[in-house]
Design a protein around this ligand. Structure first.
Ligand code: GUN
Length: 296
C-alpha cells in the first residue's frame, strides 16, 4: 500500500490567511473598519509565550490591530477579570483571547465567562458553546474549525462517515464532535475511560486525536485508508541521546506518525498540520466578530 497523503497545514493555513488579509483590506477601504484582536497572557509558560508572539505577528501581517497584554504569574483573579471587562468595552478590540492554561490559582471558567460572547474568538463562552450545540451561528473554537477545513478539502462530502474523536475538552474534543455531527458524520467521542480504544479507532473513517499523549495512537489502530487529524502538540526528548541529555526536545503529535502514515489514506503532520490552522482560524474568527459587531 502507498503511504498516506500528507495534509499540509502550511498550504491550507496560507489560503485562510490570504482570504483574511483580502477581507481586512476590503473592510478598511469600504467601511473604515480595522478588526482588532487582544491576546491576554498570564505568566511565563514557555510554549504559551511562543504561541502568543506568533498570534500577534500573524494578526499584524493580515492588516489587523494586535494588542498583547502580558501579566505577571501572580495576577489576581479580580484584576484579570477587570482587564477582560476593559477589553469588552474597548471599541477598537473585536476579539479577545485569554491564553490557556492559566496559572493554577486562577479560575479559567470565571475568566471566560467575563468575555463578551460577541468578542469570544476562542468560542469558549457557554453562549457560543450552546449556540454551536444548537446548530446556530456561533464563534467556534479555532482548532476544530481548522480541522474541519482540512477534512472537507481532503474528503469533500463527509456525510455518513464514521468519525471518532479521542478527547472531550471544551477547546477541541466537544466542539469538533459538534461540527462533525453538523456535517452528517456518525460521531463517537472516546476518552481516557473508553474501553478498547484500538477497536473503536479501527472503525473510524475519520480519526481525530486530541488527547495530549505523545504518539498514543499506533499504526495498527488506524483503519486502512482513514483520514487522520492529529491535534496533539507534545514535547518529548530529542531522538539524539546526546541532545536529549542536554535537554533538547522535539514536537510530536498524539499519533505515531510514521506508523499511521503507512496505513491511513491521509494524515496531518506534527508540526506543520493542525497547529498552523488554529492561528489562521483565530484571525478568521476575529474578522467574523468584527463584521458582526459592525452590523455587516
Ligand atoms: N492554548 C493552547 N491552544 C489554545 C487556544 O486555542 N486558545 C487558548 N485560549 N489557549 C490555548
Amino acid at each position: 500500500m502507498t503511504d498516506a497523503r500528507i495534509i499540509d497545514g502550511k498550504v491550507y493555513s496560507q489560503n485562510v490567511r490570504d482570504s483574511v488579509a483580502a477581507e481586512v483590506a476590503e473592510l478598511k477601504a469600504k467601511h473604515g473598519l480595522t478588526p482588532g484582536l487582544a491576546v491576554v497572557l498570564v505568566g511565563e509558560d514557555a510554549a504559551s509565550q511562543i504561541y502568543v508572539r506568533n498570534k500577534g505577528k500573524q494578526t499584524e501581517e493580515c492588516g489587523m490591530l494586535s494588542v498583547t497584554r502580558r501579566l505577571p504569574a501572580d495576577t489576581a483573579q479580580g484584576d484579570l477579570v477587570a482587564i477582560v471587562k476593559a477589553l469588552n468595552a474597548d471599541p477598537a478590540i473585536h476579539g479577545i483571547l485569554v491564553q490557556l492554561p492559566l496559572p493554577d490559582h486562577l479560575d479559567s471558567n470565571e475568566v471566560i465567562a467575563a468575555i463578551d460572547p460577541a468578542k469570544d474568538v476562542d468560542g469558549l463562552h457557554v453562549v457560543n458553546a450552546g449556540l454551536l450545540a444548537n446548530g446556530q451561528p456561533a464563534l467556534t473554537p479555532c482548532t476544530p474549525l481548522g480541522s474541519m477545513i482540512m477534512l472537507k478539502e481532503t474528503l469533500g462530502d463527509l456525510r455518513g462517515l464514521n468519525a471518532l474523536v479521542i478527547g472531550r475538552s471544551n477547546l477541541v474534543g466537544k466542539p469538533i464532535a459538534q461540527l462533525l455531527l453538523q456535517a452528517d458524520c456518525t460521531v463517537t467521542i472516546a476518552h481516557s475511560r473508553s474501553r478498547d480504544l484500538p477497536a473503536l479507532c479501527r472503525q473510524a473513517d475519520i480519526l481525530v486525536a486530541a488527547v495530549g499523549r505523545p504518539e498514543m495512537v499506533r499504526g495498527d489502530w488506524v483503519k486502512p485508508g482513514a483520514t487522520v487529524i492529529d491535534v496533539g502538540i507534545n514535547r518529548v526528548p530529542s531522538r539524539d541521546p546526546v541532545a536529549a541529555a542536554e535537554g533538547k526536545t522535539r514536537v510530536v503529535g498524539d499519533v505515531a506518525f510514521d506508523e499511521a502514515k503507512a496505513v491511513a489514506g491521509a494524515i496531518t503532520p506534527v508540526p506543520g498540520g493542525v497547529g498552523l490552522m488554529t492561528v489562521a482560524c483565530l484571525l478568521q474568527n476575529t474578522v467574523t466578530a468584527a463584521k458582526r459587531q459592525a452590523g455587516l
